[in-house]
Ligand binder design. Structure first.
Ligand code: MN
Length: 290
């Protein structure tokens, strides 16, 4: 079975209804734009449950899927596609149907979709890159970021992020965090420890950010949004605003644009922890009142 057969299968598997229905009775937070990437559907490391929670709590006029949404490399080795991964695809397709302008920019792990660049699928525009104009009139180049692997060597960090030892670590991380949540403890991230394990990971990452910003500058835009290195960031580099929306393997972050053009990184594990703390406080107050 080829990767593109499997890709076609995934799209065919996407059911009329999600296994987990969309959460009802939630007033969704509205943003002008949402960027997410590096979801790696088709791997055990993917935090699909947290992404589903995110998708059920937010809405936007524009949405960019900035690559590595599906991990074709991993799927080729071993087919792994639990119902929650279908639910993510279902929710993204549903948004496009509801009128969100969705642009999908395939990355290196889902490069099989790059052959469809220029086409529209179910209201989703597939492109190699895009220009997004913010509410305050800034032009942002949106691309995945693997284009710069050869120059930056950041792929050494990404290769570590993609290898089986790291994936195993992430599975442990998930179990650990399920346990921590049951105990009312906040999400604990392994990324600092993981980065310390790869010699020069921090140098690769900052070099990547500078090379991408420089490339954006030479294209005459005001900023750049990318993913790929699983390191969320908002950083001014010379005249260029550098934005990285992070990942949903470990960081569980999204980049959002508010209606005035202001940009923000959302750390969804922190948002869930804050929501749960608030509901515990409300329950405790209710108990006291009664
Ligand atoms: Mn990538």
């Amino acid at each position: 079975m080829t990767t593109s057969d499997q890709t076609a299968d995934i799209l065919a598997f996407t059911p009329a209804r999600p296994t987990l229905p969309e959460a009802s009775g939630i007033v969704r937070r509205r943003y002008r734009t949402i960027w997410i990437s590096d979801v790696h559907l088709g791997t055990r490391g993917c935090n699909a449950d947290m992404l589903i929670d995110f998708l059920d709590h937010v809405d936007s006029e524009h949405m960019y899927l900035v690559g590595d949404m599906i991990d074709g490399w991993r799927l080729k080795k071993r087919f792994y596609w639990p119902p929650s991964h279908n639910d993510v695809v279902w929710r993204l397709m549903k948004r496009a149907k509801r009128g969100t302008r969705v642009t999908y920019i395939p990355g290196n792990h889902d490069e099989v979709f790059r052959q469809f660049a220029g086409l529209d699928f179910g209201g989703v525009k597939i492109r190699r890159k895009a220009i997004h104009t913010t509410a305050d009139g800034r032009r942002l180049l949106v691309l995945h970021g693997d284009e710069f692997d050869a120059i930056t060597l950041a792929h050494r960090w990404v290769a570590f992020v993609g290898d089986s030892a790291y994936t195993a670590l992430m599975v442990v991380n998930q179990w650990l965090n399920v346990a921590r949540r049951r105990l009312g403890m906040p999400y604990w991230s392994l990324s600092k420890h993981a980065k310390a394990k790869v010699k020069n990971a921090v140098a690769f990452i900052s070099r990547f950010e500078e090379v991408v910003a420089h490339a954006a500058g030479s294209r005459g835009v005001d900023g750049v949004v990318c993913g790929h290195i699983h390191t969320a960031e908002i950083r001014q580099i010379g005249d260029i605003a550098y934005y990285n929306d992070g990942d949903w393997v470990e960081g569980c972050t999204a980049l959002v644009e508010h209606f005035d053009g202001r940009m923000e990184l959302l750390h969804w594990a922190d948002e869930i922890a804050a929501r749960e703390a608030a509901s515990r406080a409300a329950a405790a107050a209710g108990t006291l009142a009664a």
